[in-house]
Design a protein around this ligand. Structure first.
Ligand SMILES: Cc1cc2nc3c(=O)[nH]c(=O)nc-3n(C[C@H](O)[C@H](O)[C@H](O)COP(=O)(O)OP(=O)(O)OC[C@H]3O[C@@H](n4cnc5c(N)ncnc54)[C@H](O)[C@@H]3O)c2cc1C
Length: 391
């Protein structure tokens, strides 16, 4: 009988793992039943949301119907919200009352934005971490008449650690094009000495680009307490305050609600899910794989889409090997690259990656290349990803 693989979610994690399993199982002549359960009819490319915010892409450039790829790869699609996973009985339950049994489960649920721990933050700030958020930020940038723009990072790690650094120059350029002046401050929770010791090469290089652009300042090691939208004031835990004209944030990340009390939470840091490197199998349940970005911090990988891409392939290959009865190697690349748009130029960051004891990865980031062409590469990659999913 065909094994049933259930995928929860419809982001990069599901797309890449489903595609890999569908294509490789077909080649090997293995019959697999594939089910996708997601609470959104669209597949999004979130790394493209800043382009929507800056008016350089439209909503349909950054999303495609999930149905397009589930049909292409022979999966049944259920638009529903998962409310519970019962790993002991291999069952997924949904809001509409359905129950799905599985042989393998892919938890591709991403992350949840945890605004609730910082009073006023959600009301006061703009962000481009959802499409709706990006459209609101676009409007706010359009209405900005000059002044202090704060890019606030209240917690680390968060989704796409390079994003707050990327966006600084784009804000300055956007304001210049509109004939207003933006004094931009990155207010980051990580202290400068820690940033330098972990990211020396990157931090120094990025700072240099920002100095060339001008009007950009870093304020490091600030722990957020709350924000008052009425007076446009940020309150920090050490009693300091800071005023702003426009506040942009990288939201704090949390485990999706339905998994909060589950065995899939990373005990050392319950903001994240727990997975293993390099198979991305759950540490507790052999038939569950977690190659989604909200689990990347638990194995020391960047909290970003590029590692998710390779993780999804590694998890899919692990399942395929079991289905084939083969003990093939699971490959995660020795180097992964992330491309960043710094407005003035583009930066390609390389992470040398290897397996470390305890089922985690060890990474060493460095600057691979700085060139304006990288910006074009990034844009083409994002646009091509979504175009390939359009019918
Ligand atoms: C502003 C921004 C910039 C970024 N820049 C970069 C970059 O430059 N480089 C890079 O590599 N990465 C970048 N990223 C990160 C990258 O976009 C993510 O890592 C990647 O999209 C994660 O894919 P995923 O499938 O794991 O999660 P997601 O894409 O978040 O998918 C999660 C899915 O789960 C579904 N879901 C959640 N809960 C439920 C439920 N209860 N029931 C059913 N379905 C559910 C959601 O609807 C969604 O379809 C950026 C992200 C943002 C927001």
């Amino acid at each position: 009988m065909a094994k049933r693989i259930v995928f929860i979610g419809s982001g990069a994690c599901t797309l890449v793992s489903l595609r890999r399993i569908a294509e490789e199982a077909k080649k090997a002549g293995i019959d697999v039943e594939k089910i996708v359960i997601t609470n959104d009819e669209y597949h999004y490319f979130p790394a493209f949301f800043p382009d929507v915010a800056f008016g350089e892409a439209e909503p349909d450039d950054v999303r495609a119907p999930v149905r397009n790829f589930t049909e292409e790869y022979g999966a049944k699609l259920y638009l529903d919200e998962v409310t519970r996973v019962d790993p002991a009985n291999r069952v997924v339950e949904t809001k509409s009352g359905k129950k799905f049994e599985y042989d393998y489960l892919f938890l591709c649920v991403g992350t949840r934005y945890g605004w609730e721990d910082y009073p006023g933050l959600k009301e006061a700030s703009y962000h481009n971490y959802t499409l709706e958020g990006a459209l609101e930020l676009r409007k706010a940038l359009g209405e900005f008449r000059g002044g202090d723009v704060i890019v606030l990072v209240p917690e680390f790690p968060h989704r796409c650690p390079g994003y707050p650094f990327e966006v600084l120059g784009r804000i300055v350029y956007h304001a210049k094009r509109r004939g207003v002046e933006a004094r931009v401050k990155l207010v980051h929770v990580v202290p400068m000495d820690m940033a330098l010791s972990h990211l020396f090469d990157l931090a120094v290089h990025w700072h240099q680009i920002h100095q060339e652009i001008g009007n950009i300042e870093y304020v490091m090691g600030k722990q957020l307490e709350r924000v008052d939208p009425a007076t446009k004031t940020i309150y920090f835990k050490n009693g300091e305050t800071m005023k702003y004209n426009l506040l942009i944030t990288a939201p704090p990340c949390r485990v999706p609600r339905f998994l909060e009390d589950s065995d899939f939470v990373f005990k050392k840091d319950p903001r994240f899910l727990e997975t293993t490197f390099p198979t991305f199998r759950s540490r507790k349940y052999d038939d569950v794989f977690i190659p989604t970005d909200g689990a990347m911090p638990s194995v020391n990988l960047p909290f970003a889409g590029v590692p998710v891409h390779y993780a999804a392939i590694a998890a899919a290959d692990t399942v395929l090997n079991e289905l084939k009865g083969a003990a093939g190697p699971i490959l995660f690349p020795d180097t992964i690259t992330i491309v960043l748009d710094f407005a003035k130029t583009g930066v390609l960051v390389v992470f040398d990656t290897k397996e470390a004891p305890g089922g985690i990865a060890q990474t060493k980031p460095y600057i691979g290349l700085t060139h304006p062409m990288i910006k074009l590469l990034k844009y083409s990659f994002y646009a091509g990803w979504i175009k390939a999913l359009k019918k």
